[in-house]
Design a protein around this ligand. Sequence first.
Ligand SMILES: *Cc1c(COP(=O)(O)O)cnc(C)c1O
Length: 370
Amino acid sequence: MKDATKVTRAGLPPPKQGEPFAPGPTFAAPYHAAGDPSVVPNTYGRFHNPTWNAFEHALADLEGGEAVVFGSGMAAVAAVFGAVLRPNEVVVLPSDSYYTTRNLAGGYFTQMGVQVRRAPTVNDSQLAHLDGAKLLWIESPSNPLLDVCDIRRMVAAAHEKGVLVAVDNTTSTILSQRPLDLGADFSVASDTKALTGHSDLLMGHVAGRDAALMTQVRTWRTQIGAIPGPMEVWLAHRSLATLHVRFERQCSNALHIARFLAARHEVSGLRYPGLATDPAHEIASRQMRYFGSIISFVLADRDQAERFLSACELVYEATSFGSVHTTAERRARWGGDAIPDGFIRLSVGCEDADDLIADIGQALDKLRGE
Ligand SMILES: *Cc1c(COP(=O)(O)O)cnc(C)c1O
């Protein structure tokens, strides 16, 4: 079955007369559960929820492995770190990975005795740091610099050295890139972004094929309590049905806009893996089915970037990405990334491409000579 079909049905129960296509969310803290709890399917809301089960079945189907859903992307990242890393063990991170992932590893996990090595995503540079490591963490394309590494090559090298591999697949989505098929032990994502894509909830998940590792991840969720609310999970499952239509449109819009930006003299440092001239294009073409909805580029300085953002009418100035709504932000306002002051991360939505190009064009025009 093709992905476009799969996303519309994934995780839904078999048709039953008089029942809805998708059962509504189950709101429960305790469930009726008398006697031996091990024979009752649902006992307590931190352990079990039928709405999670349905969404996890959907994710498992798409990922090709077991899936555990979390209350946010960071809860999912923390679950892999927490389930796998012990004092004196080494994690190899991309130096250009999502900022909070680096902070969590460099802060709490370092204080707990975990050693962190960092190397850039570009040129598979993390490969040189695998000796004696426990976990290789990959993020490709990286957020926000959009560098790409050869996941299959990195997984093979890591496994040869007995190193586990986790891929943060948030920017790519499971439609574009299947980390477990590329050999990774864990596929991790912030489902706050394109997977759910409506700017209205936070969520994350971890998928994997090793039952023992996945039990550790699930136990982590139960004990830490990093659970999602049933209403959010139900909304996420509902949103999943349109993932293919949304993402295909977002990626095609992004390519149009990237080509438009490539011809604008105000713009430098343009990155979009779908552009034939992009340094990541060759590996991305081999590894990804879609080039994604994020574009990054640089305007002259902070002032020009701020003026550009406030001149946009259709493009919302906001953080995050992957939504049906096009958003952009001056990424350096947060600090922590090795990027220029005028660096813009643009997340392309589902609007009409010509409308977006007109809006971005008029905002760039306003930068001239003022
Ligand atoms: C947003 C993001 C996260 C964290 O996800 P939240 O849902 O915000 O907790 C992790 N990794 C990447 C690559 C992200 O973009």
